[in-house]
Design a protein around this ligand. Structure first.
Ligand code: PLP
Length: 380
């Protein structure tokens, strides 16, 4: 089945009890049993819920995996992945992470004896040198947030496999429409479905898709044991959003391509971070592992101050100033004071995340209106 068909049909059957074409919202906490232990596969809604099961089956198909587990948020999904580890285990990752992912590792899991090693995952020697017997997980995010640099998923996953290390790719920015990490060798794929998958800025939900059955079983065990499950209404909204994922992401990518080119030539703009440029960081890898370059981009100003950035951030009208991304509407944000405020300034600057860096989540509006909005805010 092709992707465009999967988003609408994979794992989705008419409701067996009524024939309802849309997956019903099973808003129930428990299920009646005929006799003790004799039930229809559903006992208690933390453990199983039919709306959630359909979403998990659909996501499994979209990422070419074998299983999936949904959670109350992207970070709850990540929390479950990190709970696969034990005290003494080590993680390898980079500073170029979603701020909340960095916080969860360093402020919560470090307390439980998990060591987190931050390196440049593009540096093959540094990666090889960092791997040791205790390394149990490599956490990959690509394109990275907010610098939009690209990591070579295939290379990292192949190396990890040789050392029996689990790899997890946060695929939130790319979406399964643009990139399928399991096909590139990853063991786990994480999504903040809050963003492109649900796609309408009205849900908080997370998911992990697994490449093998055993990891799926372990994650479902944690899902039930720790209990950070999403409600059925949110699962329904995510399923509804996914049906148009390919249309939304394609349009957003087309818009972003034009906006990136416009910003690159603007006299007030210093650097534009967008993986689609031929001279962008790891452009060739992006070309190989992604179907398009995504709809996220960042740029800095020649006048590299927070004040210059603030002036623009408060002037755009169609680009709303807000955290988050991946909805139908365009958003503009200031990572240094918003999404990445929890990362120390020294580390921020070391990856190029300066005070004037502005991040755009390009939506699906008409591109001419979006350009007009940016022109008015930037002046010229
Ligand atoms: C938003 C986001 C998360 C966290 O997801 P929530 O649903 O907000 O918990 C993780 N990774 C990336 C890349 C994100 O953008």
């Amino acid at each position: 089945m092709k992707f465009e068909t999967k988003v609408i049909h994979a794992g989705i059957e008419p409701d067996p009890s009524t024939g309802a074409i849309m997956t019903p919202i099973y808003q129930t906490s428990t299920y009646v049993q005929e006799a003790p232990g004799k039930h229809k596969g559903y006992e208690y809604a933390r453990t199983q819920n039919p709306t959630r099961s359909v979403l998990e089956a659909n996501l499994t198909a979209l990422e070419n995996g074998v299983d999936a587990a949904c959670f109350a948020s992207g970070l709850a999904a990540m929390d479950a992945v990190l709970k696969l580890l034990s005290p003494g285990d080590e993680i390898i990752t980079t500073y170029e992470l979603y701020g909340g992912s960095y916080r969860l590792m360093t402020q919560i899991f470090a307390k439980y004896g998990i060591k987190i090693n931050f390196i440049d995952l593009n540096d093959k020697t540094a990666l090889k040198n960092q791997i040791n017997d205790k390394t149990k997980l490599i956490w990959i995010e690509t394109p990275t947030n907010p610098m939009l640099s690209i990591l070579d998923v295939k290379y990292i996953c192949n190396l990890a496999k040789k050392h029996n290390i689990i790899t997890c790719v946060d695929n939130t920015f790319a979406t399964p429409y643009l990139q399928n990490p399991i096909d590139l060798g990853a063991d786990l794929v994480l999504h903040s479905a809050t963003k492109y998958l649900a796609g309408h800025s009205d849900v908080i939900l997370g998911a992990v898709i697994t490449a093998d059955k055993e990891l799926g079983e372990r994650l479902h065990y944690i899902q039930n044991a720790s209990g950070a499950v999403p409600g059925p209404q949110d699962c329904f909204l995510t399923l509804r959003g996914i049906k148009t994922l390919h249309l939304r992401v394609q349009r957003a990518c087309d818009n972003a391509l034009e906006i990136a080119a416009y910003l690159k030539n603007h006299k007030k703009v210093d650097k534009v971070y967008y993986p689609g440029f031929k001279d962008a960081h790891n452009h060739q890898v992006a070309k190989r592992q992604m179907k398009h370059y995504g709809a996220m981009l960042s740029f800095t100003l020649k006048s590299d101050t927070k004040r210059s950035a603030s002036r623009i951030l408060s002037k755009t009208k169609l680009f709303s100033l807000a955290e988050s991304l991946g909805g139908v509407e365009s958003l503009i944000g200031h990572p240094a004071s918003m999404t990445h405020a929890s990362i120390p300034k020294k580390e921020r600057l070391s990856i190029g995340l300066t005070d004037s860096l502005i991040r755009l989540s390009v939506g699906v509006e008409h591109v001419e209106d979006l350009m007009e909005d940016l022109k008015a805010a930037l002046g010229g």
